[in-house]
Every structure is written in C-alpha cells, then in structure tokens.
Design a protein around this ligand. Structure first.
Ligand code: NAD
Length: 474
C-alpha cells in the first residue's frame, strides 16, 4: 500500500527536520524519511558533540588559569577524564534527540525508518533498516536533505585507529599524545584548538596560504598567533603525500612546492578535516530530472528547486555554506516556496558563521578584502578586546572586532557591509552584527543604540561609534 502525504522529506538532519517541523506547523501532512538517526550529522557527529568536547577543553583551560583569581586546586594539575566527558556529551545528544522526537510526533509528522529513494511521480521507496521491507511513500512535494559525509584523501585510509575523521574523533575516550590535523578550515581549527587544550601536541597542515579560508585576514592572523602561543605547530601552503605506520604511531609526510614529502612528523593520530562530500546521489533519483553535479551536489535554482517540478533540495547536499543554521533556513524557505508564499531568496554571502576554536570566530558579510574586490570604497574600524573591561574581568583579552562599512555619497561611513569578530564568546555576540549586515543598517543607525556596560558585546558598538568620526574609548 502507498502512503500519501502533502510533503515528504528525505533526510532527518537539521535541514530535513526543519522542513518537516515547519511544514507541519504550516498545516501540511508531512512524512520524514531517515536511514540512521533523526538529528543527522549536527546532532550525532557534528556541531553538538564537537561543541560539547570543546566545552570540556574550555573548562580545563579555565581551571588551569584559576589561580590568577585566587581559586586553587592545591598542588594538583587539573586532569580530564574523557569517559566522563563522553557520557555528558551523549546525555546532551540524547536529550536533544528526545526533544526532537517529541516535536515531530506532536506535529503528527510520520517518521519512516529506512533509506529513501526518489523515483518517478514523487514516489519515495523506503527500505527498512530492520527487516529490509519496502514502503512506498507518495507526496505532492518532496524535499531532499540527504546531507554530507567527511571527505577523505588518497594515502590516508580511515581506519578509526591511526587515521580518523570527525565521525570517529568525536568518540575518543583518551587524549592522544601527538596529533596531525590535516586541513585548517572550521573543523580543523576547532579540533586543533580542542586537542591542544586537552594536552595533545598538535601539528596543523593546511594546503592554502592561510588557515580559515573565507575569514577576514586580521581574524585568521589572530587565530594563528594564538595557536602559535599555545604551541600548535601550524604549517600553511603544504600538501600531504601519505603516511607510514610503525609501532602504533605513524609518520606523515608533507611539503610545499616540488617536494610534497620534504618534511615528516611522527604522530599517534591523524585527523582528516579536509571538507565534506555532499551525498547527492544517495537518494536514488532514477527516472527523475534531479541533476547531481560532478562534485556530488544536487543542482538547484535560487528557489532551491531541482530540475524535477515539485522537488526541492536543501542543506549540505546543495552548494551553499554547509552549516546547520543555513540548513534550517533552507528547509523553511522550501516549505514557504511550495506553499506559494514567494519568500525572498537566501543570500549565501551574508549568512552567520561561528567557529568555536579558542579564540572563537564569528562573522557575517563581506571581509575587507572581498568588499574592496567587489568595488566598494570602504572604511574599516578595528577594536581590540585588550581594552574591554569585561574581557579583562574574565581574563580573556585576545581578539578584536572589525567593522567594514561602505563610504556613503557624503564621504562618511555608511552601510555596514561586514562584521568580523575573534575573541571571547564572540559566537554569542554575533547576533546584533548579523542583524546590522542583513538589515542593511548604516553606521549611524547602529551608533544610535545603547550598548550595555560592562559587556564584551559593547566592543561592537564602540567599533561602529568610531566610524561616525567620534568615539569614547578608542
Ligand atoms: P573546509 O572546506 O572549511 O576546510 C578544509 C580545509 O582543508 C581547507 O582549508 C582546504 O584547503 C584544506 N585541505 C583540503 N585538502 C587538503 C590537503 N590534502 N592537505 C592539506 N589541507 C587540505 O572544511 P571543514 O573544515 O572540513 O568543514 C566541512 C564543512 O563543515 C565546511 O563547510 C564547514 O564550514 C562546515 N563546518 C562548520 C563549522 C563551523 O562553522 N563551526 C564547524 C564544522 C564544520
């Protein structure tokens, strides 16, 4: 028998479950197909477990620095028990999964446990994981949200012991002694930071000339300087050629230019953080006009519609920033579009970014370099946390806030094009900066507002205020 719905969503990660919840909230009868666990990468092997373990690292760092506040641990060095941390991590995940399950059942979303394959006429065949049986699910609209998986490179077979991806690293129960992290993007920098705080000796190998591609140059430089101070050995502009295991460890070869094996580093663990593959072809698609490009992304237009009428694709499986919150936004967008509400297309250039390394990074909008390259005449204001009272109080003064504004017709700083933060708790401070960029606010609009004092976030207000030509503290 064929099950029928208004909407069927294939993939239960953030993009997929957002589409299902939002669609159900809009009154649609929704089916949601998931082959592993509802919550997807974000909840099980991505954002949530990574941030939980980064928090463990942060607590350890705080305890190590406690004596400066007169808070003692006696003569004992603080230690970390990752078994306990993993239990705590799993507790957080389980609670979130339970909450998600309640939300889905509360909105009468039918969850199909199995692998979904889209065929002709909006029909999804769901093959059950438990008994192998098939169910046919048909819907007026289909949203594909099949996500991504960690990318690997030749010469580094993932064995879960010496070579791991984020999937395995997030379950470690012992701190590795020496680690090579390959890739200096968001994942690589978060893991390098976390492992270093936990006590590993970390080597970070990045192919591009700088870590954190896409971030403002001043921000990337600040993170790099901080990593250097913490003895994270960062090598940029290098490629890795392979590794040679011996006696429970392995030697990674890397180099720049003509000789990619010029240098070696012996480590106990190699962490691959070289991007994620979209899982474009995992949902069948036989007999449909859905197109998967040669990188594995499902092709969509600016309304997230695939080549098959009534079929959308959202989340990591399309070529937009691979971020859970972008997935949420795309899931909701697709639902609004299929309801005929004509939402304004999402702009991938102005989405919020948050990287939870120490120091943290957060930004929205154009970097100074990108704004100039796009032909804008810009004016920039940078303010350092070193002069911020709250940063001194919490004992974390590394970092800055940088505001990039367009010069208006009157020659004064006008519209805010980008805001770039690096430093303490900046992932929690991005909100007003994100709104300023996406509301297309001017410097004068923002400078008129009061910033609470003493806060870390008043540094953003200060940076904007100084662009008016007058300032208080900077
Ligand atoms: P990424 O693409 O951001 O970074 C991968 C890095 O690896 C790049 O800098 C690339 O130059 C480098 N690289 C690739 N091949 C290499 C090689 N052979 N040798 C050395 N370096 C090599 O990917 P990621 O950091 O793995 O993250 C995957 C996705 O998940 C990204 O879209 C990322 O934005 C997203 N993500 C975001 C966050 C966050 O924002 N906090 C956290 C985790 C993941």
């Amino acid at each position: 028998m064929t099950q029928s719905h208004d909407l069927v969503v294939v993939g239960g990660g953030p993009a997929g479950y957002a589409a299902a919840l939002y669609g159900a909230a809009a009154g649609l009868d929704v089916g949601l197909v998931e082959e592993h666990r509802i919550g997807g990468t974000c909840l099980h092997v991505g954002c949530i477990p990574a941030k939980e373990l980064l928090e463990t690292a942060s607590v350890l760092r705080t305890v190590r620095g406690a004596s400066a506040f007169g808070v003692g641990t006696g003569d004992a060095e603080p230690t970390v028990d990752l078994v306990v941390s993993q239990q705590r991590k799993q507790g957080v995940i389980d609670q979130l999964v339970k909450g998600l399950g309640s939300l889905l059942s509360g909105r009468n979303v039918t969850v199909y446990d199995g692998t979904g394959r889209l065929g002709v006429d909006h029909t999804v065949t769901v093959q059950s994981r438990s008994d192998g049986g098939s169910t046919l699910v048909q819907a007026d609209h289909v949203i594909l949200a099949t996500g991504s998986s960690p990318r690997t490179i030749g010469g580094f077979e993932v064995d879960g012991e010496l070579v791991v991806t984020s999937d395995e690293l997030l379950s470690i129960t012992e701190v590795p002694g020496r680690v090579a992290v390959i890739g200096g993007g968001a994942i690589g920098c978060e893991f390098a930071s976390m492992l270093s705080d936990l006590g590993s000796a970390v080597t970070l190998l990045e192919a591009l000339p700088e870590i954190l591609v896409g971030c403002d140059a001043d921000v990337a430089k600040t993170v790099r300087r901080s990593f250097r101070k913490r003895r994270i050995d960062v090598h940029t502009g290098v490629s890795v050629s392979g590794h040679e295991p011996a006696a429970g460890a392995t030697t990674v070869s890397y180099g720049s230019g003509a000789d990619p094996a010029a240098e070696q580093v012996e480590v106990d663990l190699v962490v691959m953080a070289v991007g994620r593959w979209p899982r474009g072809d995992s949902a069948g698609l036989v007999g449909t006009r859905v197109v998967v490009d040669d990188r594995g992304f499902i092709q969509v237009d600016d309304r997230l519609r695939t080549g098959e009428p009534g079929v959308y694709a959202v989340g990591d499986v399309i070529s937009t920033p691979q971020l859970a919150h972008v997935g949420f936004a795309e899931g909701m967008f697709a639902v609004r579009d299929l309801l005929g509400e004509s939402p304004a297309p999402l702009d991938p250039e102005t989405v919020p970014w948050c990287i939870y390394s120490h120091p943290e990074v957060a930004f929205a909008g154009m970097t100074e370099e990108a704004a100039r390259a796009a032909g804008h005449e810009v004016v920039v204001s940078s303010h350092r946390f070193a002069g911020n009272g709250r940063a001194m109080i919490v004992g974390d003064t590394e970092g800055l806030v940088k505001v990039v504004a367009e010069v208006g017709p009157d020659g004064r700083a006008g519209r805010i094009l980008g805001v770039h933060l690096v430093g303490p708790w900046v992932t929690e401070q991005l909100g007003q900066a994100y709104l300023a960029v996406n509301w297309e606010a001017t410097v004068d609009d923002v400078a008129a507002h009061i910033q609470p004092h003493p806060t870390l976030s008043e540094l953003f207000g200060e940076a904007v205020l100084s662009l008016t030509g007058r300032s208080l503290h900077g």
